[in-house]
Design a protein. Structure first.
Length: 150
């Protein structure tokens, strides 16, 4: 039995001790609902938490904050480009004023296996509008890369 179990058992035994004390000092005029609300309900909750911890049931997901990370640079925009045929995606980044095409050409790694970097391609928004020469802050959804066949 580790320290977590000992603490859980103490939280279970405390309401029981309070309940036994109240039963010895209670008069006929005390309300039974007072005992149920203040003693029995917390005892049942503590028992539930204890048995959940025994069975390694995850009750909550802890949120961790990385307070030592570097600050976010808000002058750089990140956009996702997807090839709809292969479902491959690339994350491009750059200044707000840089065009989608320029940001794609500046990327070190070309992830699209069916499209050559040197071939004729355009970037479109979700409605099919050409956004090749538009700045990155023009469209914030998932853009699409398409090969031009003509």
């Amino acid at each position: 039995m580790n320290s977590k179990h000992i603490i859980a058992l103490l939280f279970i035994l405390l309401p029981i001790a309070v309940f036994l004390f109240m039963m010895q000092t209670a008069s006929v005029h005390d309300s039974a609902s007072f005992v149920v609300v203040l003693v029995i309900w917390p005892m049942l909750v503590c028992l539930g938490l204890y048995f959940a911890s025994l069975h390694h049931t995850k009750i909550t997901t802890p949120v961790t904050w990385n307070l030592h990370s570097r600050p976010i640079d808000t002058s750089i925009v990140h956009r996702v480009i997807r090839d709809m045929a292969t479902k491959e995606e690339a994350v491009i980044d750059g200044d707000y004023a840089i065009s989608f095409r320029k940001a794609m050409q500046d990327e070190e790694i070309w992830v699209f296996s069916q499209i050559s970097r040197d071939s004729k391609w355009i970037i479109t928004d979700d409605r099919g509008n050409d956004i090749n020469n538009k700045p990155l802050n023009f469209f914030d959804g998932i853009a699409r890369i398409e090969v031009i066949d003509y």
